[in-house]
Design a protein around this ligand. Structure first.
Ligand SMILES: Nc1ncnc2c1ncn2[C@@H]1O[C@H](COP(=O)(O)OP(=O)(O)OP(=O)(O)O)[C@@H](O)[C@H]1O
Ligand SMILES: [Zn+2]
Length: 481
């Protein structure tokens, strides 16, 4: 069986067939970098990372593009309000590009902690102004756009297929559209490809229409076509982007005469108390706070426990349960790795059969529209069998078991990076252990067992921990090496 994906454009699950055999091109809309990322921002990247890992597992060459929006995204998500980056720059008294840089790295760091593979390219909108101008010029020449006072708008009426992705009808949209004061547009549905910069607007570039900045939608059309070419395989993003962002992307590309994305994937939202987690509303849990307090892989596991097309309500209770689930899997994997060192060579047929079933069920789940909850369920279903057979299991089968854990758990789900497999003793634990030894030493001295007290001090010294007795009690420091 091959991969089946739910394509928003076709409103059905479809067989995935790449445009070029052996290659896959994916474009996933990235964040607007004006604040630290929240948990919602991790969902798309983690899900599409599994998609990418699946293709890698199947031997495809994957080009994965995820943009950084550092210009053009206005506060009302349409053509009004302030630029989100610029508003933040004024608040923080920074250059707009300082804001973008700061939060781009905040985002990248969080993604690295979550074991998300780095995009092949993470193009910035501000680095692709000429490409966006060129596309706007082409649309003007073809009659799909018009200029008004230095701004360029897309003429939605000229593109009858507008609405085909989101299933919205033009007439309904028009009836509900807000007509702005000083409206420059021919039609309230028209959207900006380029905006004239008002006096005082910081982010501005020269264009054939005067100084200005690009609209939000045009960056993704320009950059996806530049790096993935016409008719690329998959375009992905959150469901909030279906309309207007992705609808506009399609209109811009196809009106300009380019074949655009062949498949559209949309992930549902992470919610907080029933509503979308979002920067603009402040209803959020920051990723960095979660990553500091919890094992990042447990957080990744938590995100993968819900199917990407279902909403996911974040709760701390849910996260705690996910931590326990993840710990069970990790512990089983560690035990297998430990046991295989000492096991006698040979195979254990019963365990081999359980592994066959696991691999089959796991891959079937992933291939059915990225069924990560079912894939995790297949791993859990394997555990009782594993625990039963582990004590007597033979080396060759254990070697395969470790390999299967690695391939499915890390290769495909990205849940077991080397870091979590090493049982290293780190800072807080070490300090706790030294404190415990010093307490035992004090106890020995109080019981006048000076020999034991000295022994503890000598042994610590041999390890490079110097203990000094002061009036306030014993203190320790590391010997300078
Ligand atoms: N709560 C969420 N759950 C899942 N995905 C989300 C969530 N919020 C944003 N995203 C996705 O993250 C990406 C970046 O979105 P963006 O930077 O516009 O974030 P945002 O928090 O929605 O911002 P704002 O609240 O200002 O609209 C998009 O693909 C968007 O769909
Ligand atoms: Zn986009």
């Amino acid at each position: 069986m091959g991969l089946v994906l739910y394509d928003t454009l076709q409103r059905a699950k479809v067989d995935f067939v790449p445009a070029t055999p052996g290659h896959v091109g994916i474009y996933a809309c990235g964040p607007t970098v004006y604040a630290d990322p929240h948990l919602g921002h991790a969902r798309g990247p983690v899900v599409y990372d599994v998609l990418r890992r699946y293709f890698l597992h199947r031997g495809y060459k994957v080009r994965f593009i995820s943009n950084i929006t550092d210009v053009g995204h206005l506060t009302d998500d349409a053509d009004g309000g302030e630029d989100k980056i610029e508003r933040r720059a004024k608040l923080e008294r920074l250059e707009p590009m300082e804001v973008a840089e700061k939060y781009t790295w905040s985002y990248f760091d969080a993604m690295a902690a979550l074991n998300v593979l780095r995009p092949s390219i993470a193009p910035r909108a501000s680095g692709h102004i000429p490409e966006q101008i060129e596309l706007a010029e082409r649309l003007l020449k073809l009659g799909f756009a018009y200029e008004r006072k230095g701004s360029v708008y897309f003429r939605v009426r000229a593109f009858p297929e507008y609405g085909k992705l989101s299933g919205k009808r033009l007439e309904e949209l028009r009836a509900g559209a807000r007509v702005e004061v000083r409206e420059e547009k021919e039609d309230p549905l028209d959207f900006a490809l380029w905006k004239a910069a008002e006096p005082g607007h910081l982010m501005r570039w020269r264009s054939p229409w005067g100084e200005g900045y690009p609209g939000w939608h045009i960056e993704c059309t320009a950059m996806s076509l530049k790096y993935l070419g016409e008719g690329f395989d998959i375009h992905a993003g959150g469901i909030d982007l279906q309309f207007p962002h992705h609808e506009c992307e399609i209109a811009q590309a196809e009106a300009a005469g380019y074949r655009f994305a062949r498949h559209w994937l949309h992930h549902n939202h992470v919610l907080l108390e029933g509503e979308k987690m979002a920067k603009s509303t402040g209803r959020l849990v920051l990723l960095h706070d979660l990553l500091r307090a919890h094992e990042p892989m447990a957080l990744r596991f938590y995100l993968l426990q819900t199917h990407y097309r279902s909403p996911m309500d974040f709760t701390f209770t849910g996260l705690e349960a996910a931590k326990r689930g993840y710990a069970r899997l990790l512990q089983a994997y560690r035990e297998v790795r430990e046991k295989r060192r000492t096991a006698a060579p040979g195979t254990t047929p019963e365990l081999e059969r359980a592994l066959d079933a696991l691999e089959r069920d796991f891959l079937a789940a992933i291939e059915d529209d990225l069924g990560t909850p079912e894939a995790l369920a297949a791993l859990f279903a394997f555990l009782p069998e594993l625990h039963k057979l582990l004590p007597e299991a033979k080396g060759d089968t254990l070697e395969r078991t470790a390999q299967v854990f690695h391939t499915l758990g890390e290769g495909l789900l990205g849940l077991f990076p080397e870091r979590v497999l090493e049982e290293k003793v780190s800072g807080p634990l070490l300090e706790g252990l030294i404190a415990l030894l010093l307490e035992l030493r004090e106890e020995a001295r109080r019981a006048k067992d000076y020999a034991k007290g000295d022994l503890i001090r000598e042994r610590l010294k041999a390890l490079g921990v110097v203990v000094e007795d002061t009036k306030e009690g014993p203190r320790w420091r590391l010997e300078a090496s």
